[in-house]
Design a protein around this ligand. Structure first.
Ligand code: S5P
Length: 270
């Protein structure tokens, strides 16, 4: 099992990034390290699901470029739900271009992501300049950047030197790069870097009870919250279809919250 030396509450107190600190405080207060991935194309559907699952999650993850009827009113409503329920927002934009283009994509266009999203993420395949492109708005607005250090999909090339660069940049500057997207912790918890893992479901490939739904037909691969958190040391699990695609999303959110929080508590105790 992965060993934690600090609780998430202790890490909140020392977190050098304002969004990261708020997230760790929310996680400790609400006792949930579950991020819901709201991968739906209709804004009303996203908002109603967000309202239903908000009590059980610390983070709403969005893909605003799949929303058919996107508007700034949608953003305002999602923000209001988030504020009411003590949830932060993470636009999963996966910036991947040269720094200047990423800067424009982050700040401008019809989405204006920097204005409303507490976190966003970036690939480092184009080199460290992408971080410098996002830096200005992120620092001005107190946002957190997450770098993709590993991916959950089969055959991913986010490995080797790409992983190493993401880890190195986060370790060097946790005040800006507050986290990594990865299958598990790649730095000790004293590095002040939050790890978030997608590809998580209670019906993951290592599930002892559920009939394992190890993936989808597009290469996604799932593990259980227990494996991601206890065995691999991640901090936050990102769950989409196992909740939003369930017959009862609220029940599924509660089950994932409980499993993820128990796995975290056990990894602190051991
Ligand atoms: O490696 C990754 C990184 C991300 S951010 N694998 C992923 O699946 N994601 C995202 O997590 C993906 O874009 C999707 O929004 C979510 C997983 O959704 P699920 O329905 O498979 O749980």
């Amino acid at each position: 099992h992965h060993r934690r030396t600090l609780t998430l509450e202790q890490r909140a107190a020392r977190c050098p990034n304002p969004a990261g600190r708020r997230l760790l405080e929310i996680i400790s207060r609400k006792r949930t390290n579950l991020c819901i991935s709201l991968d739906m194309t209709d804004s009303a559907e996203i908002l109603s699901t967000a309202r239903l699952v908000a009590p059980y999650v610390c983070l709403f993850k969005t893909h605003v470029d799949i929303v058919a009827d996107f508007s700034q009113d949608f953003v305002a409503e999602l923000t209001a739900i988030a504020e009411e329920h003590d949830v932060l927002i993470f636009e999963d934009r996966k910036f991947a271009d040269i720094g200047n283009t990423a800067r424009l994509q982050y700040e401008a266009g019809m989405y204006r992501i920097a204005e409303w999203s507490h976190f966003t993420n970036a690939h480092v395949v184009s080199g460290p300049g992408v971080v410098d492109g996002l830096r200005g708005a992120a620092e001005r607005l107190g946002r957190g950047l997450l770098l993709l250090a590993e991916m959950s999909s089969a055959g991913s090339l986010v490995t080797g030197p790409v992983t190493e660069l993401a880890v190195e940049l986060a370790a060097r500057e946790p005040a800006l790069i507050t986290g990594l997207i990865a299958g598990g912790a790649l730095l000790p918890d004293t590095a002040d870097v939050i790890t978030m893992s997608p590809g998580v479901s209670l019906a993951g490939e290592d599930s002892p009870t559920a009939r394992p739904a190890a993936g989808d037909s597009f290469g996604q691969q799932y593990v259980t919250p227990r494996r991601a958190i206890m065995d691999r040391g991640t901090d936050v699990v990102i769950v989409g279809r196992a909740i939003i695609g369930a017959a009862d999303p609220v029940a599924a959110a509660k089950l994932h919250q409980t499993a993820a929080w128990q796995a975290y508590e056990q990894s602190v105790a051991h």
